[in-house]
Design a protein around this ligand. Structure first.
Ligand code: NDP
Length: 327
């Protein structure tokens, strides 16, 4: 048995319940992991509310964690008992002291990345990796637009894009967040609660627009983001913190300059083990080089996951957030 945060129905943060759950022995290809740190991500909110479906209820939420391998099932070759590991992605079940997880989803942790840092960076950092290096390959000298620039993914995108030689325009929801984004590589923070971000992007690019927009805000920014793109630009819609994007008439992409649109997910980009390991390796390299600092700016006891959800949804968090089991 282990303590875990489980939901029995979809709803607000109040549906998150601290319970004792049965863990059991790892089956073939599985590992039993004792977790020391659990990452909080906006996708956990979508799972809690039901915006993204879960296979079954009740369910333990969470997509990211770090800890020590306690036991391995038959046929596991990727890791051994005692190994320090981390993971990001499906299957859900991270909000727990101990969990079972497929061994092929685990990434061995280097000694210079501690467990809290790992749980703070794996999901958001590998997301930044595929967005900047694979979905659209950002080049030195380009000017790009990043929404929610002071958030978990946002702070990593800003630092990494600047490291690649790009000029970063980043939208944020307050003056404090503007300063934080600026301190993490964002050249031009724009408070989109006070300023028209489309007009500002046009001004900063001499009317030309940007080659790529990384949009995780969704409903509130989607159409404006299209207006920030130059002809043949790439709209990367990778999240919906403000709500789902309404159905789109694809003719709009033609009218606005033969635009490209993609709706990527980390799961597709890390489904193959070699891609997962390559993405993690590239992430660890930029962290080790100092180009990207891991910013775990909030920690909560796992038992207080509901408060962490409230703060994330109310836009009170910045950078990454980690839940600590057993305290
Ligand atoms: P963040 O730390 O970025 O938190 C979300 C931020 O979105 C808020 O801090 C807020 O910043 C901004 N926001 C704008 N409008 C709203 C609103 N109405 N309600 C709440 N927040 C709002 O979260 P994460 O770093 O965990 O995730 C960022 C986004 O990236 C999410 O949309 C997530 O789903 C997505 N994502 C997608 C992945 C993929 O592979 N497709 C993988 C990982 C994350 P501000 O106040 O500055 O506007």
């Amino acid at each position: 048995m282990a303590k875990a945060i489980r939901i029995h129905e979809h709803g607000g943060p109040e549906v998150l319940r601290l319970e004792e759950v049965e863990v059991g022995e790892p089956g073939p290809g599985e590992v039993r992991l004792r977790q020391t740190a659990v990452g909080l991500n906006f996708i956990d909110v979508y799972h809690r509310t039901g915006l993204y479906p879960l296979p079954a209820l009740p369910a333990v939420l969470g997509m990211e964690g770090a800890g020590v391998v306690e036991a391995v099932g038959e046929g596991v070759t990727e890791v051994r008992p005692g190994d320090r590991v981390a993971y990001a992605g499906l299957p859900v079940g991270a909000y727990a002291e101990v969990r079972l997880i497929p061994a092929h989803r685990l990434v061995p942790l280097p000694d210079d990345i501690d467990d809290v840092q790992a749980a703070g960076v794996m999901l958001q950092g590998m997301t930044a990796q595929y967005l900047l290096r694979r979905t659209y390959r950002v080049q030195a000298g380009e000017t790009i637009l990043v929404h929610a620039a002071a958030g978990g993914v946002g702070l990593i995108l800003c630092q990494w894009a600047r490291h690649l030689g790009a000029t970063v325009i980043g939208t944020v929801g307050s003056a404090e967040k503007a300063e934080l984004a600026r301190a993490h590589g964002c050249h031009h923070p724009v408070n989109y609660r006070e300023e028209d971000f489309v007009a500002r992007v046009r001004e900063l690019t001499g009317g030309e627009g940007v080659p790529v927009v990384y949009d995780s805000v969704g409903r509130d920014t989607f159409m404006g983001s299209l207006d920030c793109l130059r002809p043949l630009g790439m709209m990367v819609s990778f999240g919906q913190a403000s709500g789902p994007v309404p159905p789109l008439d694809i003719g709009v992409l033609a009218q606005k300059g033969s635009l490209y649109l993609t709706r990527p997910t980390l799961m597709t980009y890390t489904a193959r083990r070699e891609d997962l390991l390559a993405s993690a390796r590239e992430l660890f390299e930029v962290v080790r080089s100092g180009a990207v600092r891991i910013e775990v700016r909030q920690t909560y006891p796992l038992a207080e996951a509901a408060q962490a959800h409230r703060d994330l949804e109310a836009r009170r968090t910045t950078g990454s957030t980690v839940l600590i089991p057993g305290c």
